[in-house]
Design a protein around this ligand. Structure first.
Ligand code: GDP
Length: 278
């Protein structure tokens, strides 16, 4: 088993989400656009799915645009609405607001029909580690962070942030964890930094990345790393990358661990191009 990941406090995290759920009308589940299906945990989704869900594929700037479109269609076939965003630039955020408005409409109509005043939609954001929850919250709220204040007795310390006249956001996102069902899924999540670096070995994840590059983006290996050919084993390719990059140790041998580390770094910051994994 390459991935050795036992997130602590799962029971506590689950309970926290369950408590937060009681306070909201809509749940936004944030997924990494590069591998949205690998980030999912259907058990937790069933739990939060008592409320209307909006799936948001974040980091679209790092993902292959065609794949993102396909993933959104696939989610739609499951009956899930999905929107792609880049939480750093704010791309796609207007569609998120539109989706919230449309999702809340039937609930608001019900309140009106009962003769009640329509209050702002209460929304919480949940997702696996590092998927961009904080960045997304900040982006949605903008600089004009107007906390509406804790509501004693109702929110148990939860803060609500007014996004718009008709939308309030819970200021602490819910932590979910993926359900890892295969070694390959674990490797993808390691690549995306969803699981922490002490749960995997960088060389194994780097070797997996080389395999993906050979399959999906051989031109990256040929052009960016100037490899004349990409024959041989994944390990030989990594060695060649290290040599081209000049990552050498005494005696002229390739510094294998530095090569792995730098290749992962390049992938994560997007400098190998937009690559999707699912
Ligand atoms: P959280 O753990 O889910 O709250 O994730 P953070 O908001 O801390 O984000 C994790 C990392 O992803 C940070 O380095 C962010 O800058 C980065 N990040 C978040 N959203 C995006 C995005 O849309 N595009 C890119 N390229 N990076 C993002």
């Amino acid at each position: 088993m390459v991935i050795n990941w036992y997130p602590g406090h799962m029971v506590k995290a689950r309970r926290e989400i369950q408590n937060s759920l009681k306070l909201v009308d809509i749940v936004i589940i944030l997924l990494d656009a590069r591998a949205p299906f690998s980030c999912r945990n259907r058990d937790l989704e069933r739990m939060v799915g008592q409320k209307p869900l909006i799936m948001v594929l974040n980091k679209m700037d790092l993902a292959d645009a065609g794949c993102t479109e396909r993933y959104i269609e696939e989610l739609a076939r499951e009956g899930l609405q999905a929107v792609a965003v880049d939480a750093i630039t704010g791309k796609g955020m207007s569609q998120v607001l539109k989706a919230i408005g449309q999702t809340y409409k039937p609930l608001a109509d019900k309140m009106l029909a009962k003769g009640r005043r329509v209050r702002p939609a209460r929304v919480m954001v949940a997702g696996v580690p590092n998927v961009g929850k904080s960045t997304f919250l900040n982006c949605l709220v903008g600089k004009k962070v107007a906390k509406t204040g804790a509501k004693p007795g109702v929110t148990r310390g939860k803060q609500w942030v007014r996004v718009r006249e008709d939308i309030e956001l819970m200021d602490t996102p819910g932590l979910m964890w993926p359900k890892i069902e295969s070694e390959e899924q674990g490797l993808k999540l390691a690549l995306l930094e969803v699981i922490g670096e002490n749960a995997y070995h960088e060389d194994q994840v780097a070797l997996y990345l080389v395999k993906i590059l050979r399959e999906k983006r051989p031109e990256v290996l040929k052009e960016k790393f100037r490899l004349a050919d990409i024959e041989g084993t994944d390990e030989e390719i990594l060695q060649a990358v290290g040599r081209k990059r000049g990552y050498l140790i005494k005696g002229g041998e390739v510094d294998f661990y530095k090569t792995c580390h730098m290749l992962l770094h390049d992938f994560r910051k997007g400098s190998l191009g937009r690559i999707s994994l699912d």
